[in-house]
Design a protein around this ligand. Structure first.
Ligand code: GDD
Ligand code: MG
Length: 365
């Protein structure tokens, strides 16, 4: 008789040891998974969703700025979860991190273990993924999604039965648009075969090795909302989509809508804040300013008549009157003087002061 999938007491490992280099300067002081997203640390959304799907205990695999995770989430009781922390002195890669964190698991060798990349927003049904894994008796079951540019991800072809036939990490020659979505179900005993205390990549070593050895590596394919928030553009989009309600998160600190204003923020009645923007604690948006699809972090100030589109303004930073920002990251405490126009991809490092612009546009005269 086929055993019915029972995922009660499901345990998980959350990979959060990366440096988040593509998100600098935002990640110079804060690890990527802790960046404020729709008003709460990014991971709060992942934790709340995991809890909603029956996960009870999560082991954080930390390395970069490890203590900040403990400070932010403690024992997890505020999420109704039990949290543990396993820290790598030097980063062990995704596979080494999973092996190291598995020491804190309390489940048996045949039990399923959920493994999550710590920078993913996903609407997929974790319970259905675990159920597929168990009903097929797979070694590992990978959540797969489709993207336009698979070369930036792990490209994962499957056969008609959903069996993974190859794992091609960041290949310039992708064979399908189907990619690794960064959420795995491992049979616990498979994790125990990863070498201990060594740098190992699951994407480049473990998965290709299991496939070559003939183990059953399965794809759980779906088309639910999915986003890797590893770049500024994606991070802003993730926050915006949560605020607009395009992805439901039990961790949202307020109602969904055109913008989310956190307690102690001030938005002038003459300002227009829309497109899923967040106005952080103590942040001020002055008269005539326009803020669209952006993240304003705590205590920043957007001056009168300034325009901020698809951008992040760091804690305590100032965008002075009439400045224009589009697709820009302003680091902590930096100042954009009035009259400046910063466009596509500009990054201002923390504390930098950009003086008032001497350039005037003909429309200003
Ligand atoms: N503990 C620990 N130690 N965690 C790590 C380490 C490490 O040495 N290296 C990376 N991580 C964590 C990161 O913090 C992140 O949560 C996760 O592992 C994945 O690392 P990223 O740096 O975000 O990888 P990626 O986005 O380039 O690619 C990965 O995710 C894609 C989906 O978004 C791969 O798994 C791809 O195959 C996948 O398509
Ligand atoms: Mg990533």
């Amino acid at each position: 008789m086929e055993s019915s999938p029972d995922i009660g007491n499901l345990q998980a490992i959350l990979l959060v040891g990366g440096q988040g280099t593509r998100l600098r300067p935002l990640t110079l002081g804060t690890p990527k998974p802790l960046l404020p997203t729709a008003g709460v640390p990014f991971l709060a959304h992942q934790l709340a969703r995991a809890k909603a799907f029956g996960v009870e205990r999560i082991v954080f695999a930390t390395s970069y700025r490890a203590s900040m995770f403990t400070e932010a989430f403690g024992d997890g009781s505020s999420f109704g979860l039990r949290l543990e922390y396993m820290t790598e002195e030097t980063p062990l890669g995704t596979g080494g991190a999973i092996r190291n964190a598995a020491q804190a698991l309390t489940c048996g060798p045949d039990d399923p273990v959920l493994v999550l990349n710590g920078d993913i927003l996903s609407g997929h049904d974790i319970r259905a993924q675990v159920a597929l894994h168990m009903s097929r008796g797979a070694a590992v079951t990978l959540h797969l999604t489709e993207v336009e540019d698979p070369s930036r991800f792990g490209c994962v072809p499957t056969d008609p039965d959903g069996r993974v036939t190859a794992f091609l990490e960041k290949t310039p020659y992708p064979v399908t648009n189907r990619i690794n979505a960064g959420c795995y179900v491992f049979r616990r005993s498979v994790i125990d075969t990863i070498p201990e205390n060594q740098v190992v990549s699951v994407e480049r070593e473990t998965f290709p090795g299991l496939i070559a050895a003939g183990e059953l590596v399965l794809g759980y394919i779906d088309t639910a909302y999915w986003l890797d928030v590893g770049t500024p553009t994606a991070y802003i989009k993730g926050s915006r989509d949560l605020v607009l309600g395009r992805l439901h998160s039990p961790a949202m600190p307020g109602p969904c809508g055109e913008h989310l204003a956190l307690p102690d923020s001030i938005v002038s009645p003459d300002a227009k804040v829309s497109g899923g923007s967040v106005v952080g604690h103590g942040a001020i948006v002055e008269s005539g300013a326009t803020v669209t699809g952006s993240i304003l972090l705590d205590n920043c100030v957007i001056g009168p008549g300034a325009t901020v589109v698809d951008s992040v303004v760091g804690p305590g930073a100032r965008v002075e009157g009439g400045a224009v920002l589009s697709d820009v990251v302003v680091g902590d405490g930096a100042v954009v003087g009035s009259g400046n126009e910063l466009l596509a991809g500009a990054r201002l490092w923390p504390g930098v002061v950009l003086p008032e612009s001497a350039v005037r546009f003909s429309s200003d005269v």
